[in-house]
Write a protein that binds this ligand. Structure first.
Ligand code: AMP
Ligand code: ZN
Ligand code: FE
Ligand code: FE
Length: 292
């Protein structure tokens, strides 16, 4: 049983349509796939249809941009009602924040002598619900300024680089409550990824578990073996679900192939049990898992 619980489509910053992604998942011998686009449920219906057709189990989710203790934290929310008003409101704020900072980033790039305009980004963003830095990166590739997304982030777009601009992210503890009210379950994505610090620490995870956190994404390409070992021990101590995933972005991220990390079936069962409980408590119309 091969289970991949974190992937992106062109509804955010992946390079495949939801249908193409599910077809690729079937070709990669995945039994269960979650689609977790950034801050949107846009791709769910298309992915669910293709999954039903191909006999792949499908878990709808999203990866929400939140903030905790001054750091950006990506929160994977599985099976929330995407129509829950407080969730819609927060996601709109995040998406608006992405749109609002775009002119500033482009102005900074132009200040560096790069001839780039909004249209260049919108052309490559295509179906995306909101254009983000990966789309700016794609536009820079198209313009011949850099050779791939990684180079664009390294030179211009990562925090601290000259074209970076900050944007709104929802307070993590508020988002944990909203996801629960929406009948979904929350898992912190790549908790020790990117910034390279082992933060949040166990004490902070314990508080977040009290605030409704269900799991930690332990097996992720951003974590080395030592980090995985420590996160797994913390999850065990706190009774949190352990997940693993590819964080696949099509050709948009190298070394994140579908199924490169996976989630154990018993951990998925625990997660789905918690989702059923949250759904029942919430009284909301939560989405169904296809094929389970
Ligand atoms: P944004 O949502 O516009 O702030 O862009 C953040 C997204 O960019 C992340 O969620 C990743 O998918 C992507 N990203 C961040 N760093 C890199 C990188 N070094 N190379 C490629 N993609 C990246
Ligand atoms: Zn992404
Ligand atoms: Fe992420
Ligand atoms: Fe992701």
């Amino acid at each position: 049983m091969r289970i991949d619980l974190h992937t992106h489509s062109r509804a955010s910053d992946g390079t495949q349509s939801p249908e193409e992604l599910v077809r690729a998942a079937a070709a990669a011998d995945l039994d269960v796939l979650a689609l977790t686009d950034h801050d949107t449920a846009e791709g769910w219906d298309e992915a669910a249809l293709t999954a039903a057709e191909l006999g792949v189990a499908f878990v709808p989710g999203m990866e929400i941009s939140t903030r905790y203790d001054g750091h950006g934290v990506h929160l994977l929310a599985y099976l929330p009602d995407p129509g829950h008003p407080a969730l819609v409101e927060e996601l709109d704020r995040v998406l608006d924040g992405r749109n609002e900072r775009m002119p500033l980033m482009l102005e900074r790039l132009r200040g560096l002598g790069i001839d780039i305009v909004q249209d260049d980004v919108e052309r490559v963003a295509g179906d995306a619900v909101a254009a983000g830095r990966p789309h700016v990166a794609d536009a820079l590739v198209e313009l011949g300024v850099v050779s791939d997304r990684s180079e664009a982030f390294r030179r211009y777009l990562s925090a601290g680089r000259p074209a970076y601009a900050n944007r709104y992210a929802a307070p993590l503890e508020r988002m944990l409550r909203i996801v629960d009210e929406a009948g979904g379950v929350s898992v912190i994505a790549h908790p020790w990824g990117r910034h390279g610090l082992e933060e949040p620490d166990e004490q902070a995870f314990a508080e977040l578990a009290q605030a409704g956190l269900a799991g930690l994404e332990v097996d992720h390409q951003d974590h080395d073996a030592a980090a995985r070992g420590r996160l797994r021990a913390i999850a065990r101590n706190l009774g949190l679900v352990v997940t693993g995933s590819s964080d696949h972005h099509g050709t948009g991220k190298v070394d994140h192939e579908l199924g490169c990390n996976t989630t154990a079936p018993e951990e998925l069962d625990r997660l789905l049990d918690l989702a059923r409980q949250a759904s029942a408590r919430s009284g909301r119309a939560t989405p169904t898992v296809v094929g389970r």
